[in-house]
Design a protein around this ligand. Structure first.
Ligand SMILES: NC(=O)c1ccc[n+]([C@@H]2O[C@H](COP(=O)([O-])OP(=O)(O)OC[C@H]3O[C@@H](n4cnc5c(N)ncnc54)[C@H](O)[C@@H]3O)[C@@H](O)[C@H]2O)c1
Length: 460
């Protein structure tokens, strides 16, 4: 049994039990996204500072850039989360985020060096790590060694050796390590993949999957000149220049380029769908548009999965010169295709093939949205959609909406696990398997030929 499957059979609250309990809590959950949101929403309990309540958790955040700020915002909506310490080597982000948190009412200290934070902050329960990828292992390992549970952003690392060290430290310390592949806790994805595709098998054999993340051209990131970091400090923390510090994603020392940065979210879904890891990959790509950066600005890959049903294939592309189609994933089976995106407006339907068995039983159970309800002209998505055309085309909207920040459910899962009430949806071992699959895409571009995966490559 793969670790993907194991996550669904644990006795604690995993994705499936979450769905079941949410369904019990709100009988009309599957028919109404609002019902789901209300069922899972909890009243705010602002104990931001002062004595710690029984359910309160003291939390530190290391890395306060774009994603650190997104995670702080999402975690602020979770009762019992108290930010006590934040850390960033860049004074600009330290001041910005520390100031905002203090204004909100958190009693928070700011640090430049994570080692200083760990030395001073003895009563932290958990740390969120959102630095560039190359620092994840060093920081997450130090946090776990210091007795903290860790939520670390994806990609786990830009090197498999470092990613492996995270799994080993997690095992040695017994602390929790959740990696930020947040779709794994998103109720829309759990419903689509665990319930509709894996449990109900509504698509039949999923022979192919597709994923893309396309972005418009963008200039390199700049910085306010008054907050430029001097060279001595950049050297101390391992950054070659201010440009590389800001645009780390494009340089081999710090990250894996767009295929790793963006693809890691979506390539992760292929092994979830098929319950196994890929057996081979081919890829092409290059640095064909931008000048002076190191990583490929476009990559097109095909992964092969040898499943018990036969060989299935997944195509994935990342383009940084056009936003055409944005980002979404598609799972194509012999009886239908499911299109989904983290942003529902980009993908939110299941299409039935004309020859497929009826899906009415799933509509009755609330697992699919009945077509008639879906085409009420009051919903923006369906304005001007002809009832008959929609029904004949066999497009069934997914019944669940996520009315909270996209990262919140994954953080909730982490904090519930810290409290001993849940099992992690993306522990280090699972994310390691994804890292093996994702990082190989860059190797395959460089090799210019099909590369095989050995099953033991996915094990630590
Ligand atoms: N899950 C998601 O959807 C998602 C989205 C975006 C980014 N991410 C991940 O989040 C991480 C951060 O990405 P970002 O977009 O916020 O990058 P960013 O460049 O905006 O922020 C990184 C921050 O880390 C700080 N930093 C760098 N080295 C540090 C160190 N040694 N100690 C402390 N702070 C340090 C920088 O000063 C900066 O403030 C990356 O791993 C990225 O892959 C995940």
């Amino acid at each position: 049994m793969s670790s993907n499957e194991m996550k669904n059979v644990d006795g604690k609250v995993d994705r499936r039990t979450f769905l079941q309990s949410a369904a019990v809590a709100g009988a009309s959950l599957a028919l109404s996204g609002n019902a789901l949101a209300q069922a899972v929403a909890q009243p705010a309990k602002p104990n931001l500072a002062g004595p710690k309540g029984i359910d309160d958790l003291n939390v530190g955040v290391i890395g306060l850039g774009a994603q650190g700020q997104v995670l702080i915002e999402a975690a602020s909506g979770i009762p019992g989360v108290r930010f006590k310490a934040v850390c960033d080597i860049w004074e600009y982000h330290q001041k910005l985020v520390g100031g905002r948190l203090r204004k909100t009412g958190y009693d928070v200290k700011t640090y430049e060096d994570y080692r200083e934070l760990l030395a001073q902050e003895k009563d932290l329960d958990a740390v969120i790590v959102a630095t560039p990828d190359w620092m994840h292992a060093e920081i997450a390992n130090a946090c776990m060694e210091a007795g903290k549970h860790v939520y670390c952003e994806k990609e786990m690392s830009n090197s498999l050796e470092k990613a492996r060290s995270m799994v080993m430290t997690q095992r040695k310390t017994g602390k929790l390590l959740q990696i930020g592949h947040q779709r794994r806790s998103n109720p829309r994805y759990i419903h689509a993949i665990d319930r509709l595709i894996r449990e109900a098998n509504i698509l039949g054999r999923v022979t192919h999957a597709y994923g893309q993340w396309n972005r418009s051209i963008a200039d390199s990131l700049g910085w306010p000149k008054k907050y430029a970091i001097d060279q001595a400090k950049l050297d101390k923390y391992g950054y070659v220049s201010m440009d590389q510090f800001r645009n780390w994603r494009w340089y081999k020392k710090y990250g894996g380029g767009p295929i790793v940065d963006l693809g890691s979210h979506q390539i992760d879904l292929f092994s979830w769908i098929w319950g196994c890891n890929p057996s081979a990959i081919v890829a092409m790509g290059g640095m064909d548009y931008y000048k002076g950066r190191e990583w490929y600005d476009n990559v097109m890959t095909i992964y092969e999965f040898n499943t018990p049903e036969g060989t299935n294939r997944a195509y994935y592309q990342v383009l940084t010169t056009t936003k055409r189609g944005g980002f979404y994933e598609q799972f194509m089976g012999v009886n239908g295709a499911l299109t989904i995106s983290e942003v529902a407006a980009r993908g939110d339907t299941v299409e039935r093939e004309a020859h497929a068995p009826s899906w009415d039983e799933y509509a009755k159970k609330g697992w699919l949205k009945p077509v008639k309800e879906a085409i009420k002209p009051t919903t923006t998505r369906n304005v001007a959609v002809d009832v008959r055309v929609t029904a004949e085309a066999g497009k069934w909207p997914l019944p669940i909406e996520l009315l909270k920040p996209a990262h919140q459910p994954h953080l909730e899962n982490f904090f519930d696990a810290v409290r001993g009430r849940a099992k992690l949806n993306c522990p280090g071992e699972v994310a390691y398997e994804t890292a093996v699959a994702v990082l190989k895409a860059n190797d395959a571009v460089a090799a210019g030929r099909k590369l095989e995966f050995k099953p033991e490559e996915f094990k630590v």
